[in-house]
Design a protein around this ligand. Structure first.
Ligand code: FES
Length: 65
């Protein structure tokens, strides 16, 4: 199966971005510092923002459960 790249420029896969978010990255800048995604052309930033929202929603569900 082809790896699902979120950031083509930095060759960062979706699972790497999710891992960075789980480790505490809560904005595009901190995701970029953690794994390099979104640090070049910026065309992946919308996707990274969506993933931060998805992961944060999961975390909030986990906390309230
Ligand atoms: S695709 Fe992520 S910075 Fe270009």
């Amino acid at each position: 199966m082809t790896p699902l790249f979120v950031c083509i420029c930095a060759r960062v896969r979706e699972n790497e971005v999710r891992a960075a978010i789980k480790l505490g990255a809560r904005c595009e800048e901190s995701v970029g510092e953690a794994c390099g995604a979104g640090t070049n052309c910026g065309s992946c930033l919308d996707r990274i923002c969506d993933m931060i929202e998805e992961e944060s929603a999961d975390t909030l569900v986990g906390v309230s459960a």
